[in-house]
Ligand binder design. Structure first.
Ligand SMILES: [Zn+2]
Length: 177
């Protein structure tokens, strides 16, 4: 797994930008889907690296496609990805759409890597979908937390939740270079 540092501009460099420079001491992470089918990680980076207007700030720490894992904001700084409750506590990981096997694999490896480095168990305690924080506006981002908790499949999910947690746990145990 290879990560590429590709920081977006700080708000001190880009007026109205999406990287406020607020310190973050993360206690977990939020996984997302970009909701922008066809857009590559580089293209999503470009979108985050431009002003969206007040109250419409949007960014994430990582964006992953089949080719790249881009680190857009250091893990020690706040990003705008999942509302006030999560943003000041959680790292944000975005997966590009449509999902490819490579993008899924890279997402799993990255999530396991983040858990390892922060000393987090690779479980629902530390890894939450965006739908957990915003079930109304992001019900399938990247899978439905409600359906997962009810033990049901989400036909509109980007990937299957149960399989995802199992794959992350497996990757967590078997470190890849
Ligand atoms: Zn999201």
């Amino acid at each position: 797994m290879q990560k590429t540092v590709a920081y977006i501009r700080k708000n001190s460099e880009l007026r109205g930008g999406n990287r406020p420079g607020i310190p973050l001491h993360p206690t977990g992470m939020v996984v997302h889907r970009t909701g922008d089918p066809g857009a590559t990680a580089r293209q999503i980076r470009g979108w985050f690296d431009q002003p969206h207007g007040r109250g419409r700030e949007s960014s994430a720490h990582y964006v992953v496609d089949g080719r790249e894992i881009l680190l857009l904001i250091p893990e020690g700084e706040v990003a705008w990805h999942a509302g006030p409750q999560a943003n000041h506590n959680m790292i944000g990981v975005e997966t590009c759409e449509p999902l490819t096997p490579a993008a899924y694999h890279q997402t799993v490896q990255l999530v396991a890597d983040i858990c390892r480095r922060h000393g987090w168990e690779p479980t629902t305690e530390f890894i939450k979908p965006h739908s957990y924080f915003d079930p109304v506006n992001r019900p399938h981002d990247p899978f439905s937390w409600r359906l997962f908790e009810a033990g049901r499949q989400d036909p509109e999910a980007l990937y299957d939740a149960k399989q995802f947690y199992a794959d992350v746990a497996e990757a967590f145990r078997t470190k890849e270079g």
